[in-house]
Design a protein around this ligand. Structure first.
Ligand code: FE2
Length: 188
């Protein structure tokens, strides 16, 4: 049986050929840029891993299960957000904090839209469109609850790197260079 780390690395390698939904870079470039920004921002290994894997729900999952997609897939009745599906896929294999940050990266966008008025303007058009599919701007009650979580700062940091990780032609480490960290942090 192939180890989960290798299954994820395979899925990522194949995601090099997929456009990151409605954006200008591929899914793989987006993941690598997000992880690179985390590393440059002195994030620890768990948070770097969460950044690298945050969108697995967009390319390692049957897309008919994904509700917040802009692609012309047929969305099934029990479809859920790509962040939820990705986090569920990872949860048995990664530290709890990694899966939590992946799960919350759409909520972190909803949170930033509620707390930083100028944040919405900085979102890409695609990201603004999926905001609606992900529940829209966060309510004051949910903002208060989210703010209290011990990993809230991690989820918000991931989200900011996520938003910046869409630059055409940006040079990053290769997927191969991330493989040791993935094998170290994803259990067998
Ligand atoms: Fe992303």
């Amino acid at each position: 049986m192939t180890a989960m780390a290798d299954r994820l690395l395979d899925a990522m390698a194949r995601a090099g050929a997929r456009r990151y939904g409605g954006e200008v870079v591929s899914e793989l470039e987006h993941a690598l840029q997000c992880a690179e920004l985390a590393r440059e921002g002195a994030a620890d290994e768990e948070l770097q891993l969460a950044c690298l894997l945050h969108d697995v729900g967009r390319y390692a999952i049957d897309q008919s299960l994904v509700a917040d997609t802009l692609e012309a897939t047929r969305v099934g009745p029990s479809a859920r957000g790509h962040h939820e599906l990705g986090a569920d896929l990872l949860a048995p294999w990664v530290p709890e904090r990694v899966a939590w940050c992946v799960r919350m990266h759409a909520d972190a966008k909803r949170y930033l839209c509620a707390t930083e008025p100028e944040y919405v303007d900085r979102l890409s058009p695609a990201s603004r469109r999926t905001l609606r599919l992900q529940g829209g701007v966060m309510s004051p009650d949910d903002v208060a609850r989210f703010t209290q979580h011990r990993w809230q700062g991690d989820a918000v940091a991931l989200r900011r790197w996520d938003d910046e990780a869409k630059v055409v032609g940006r040079r990053t480490r290769s997927l191969n260079e991330w493989a040791p960290l993935v094998r170290r942090c994803v259990s067998r």
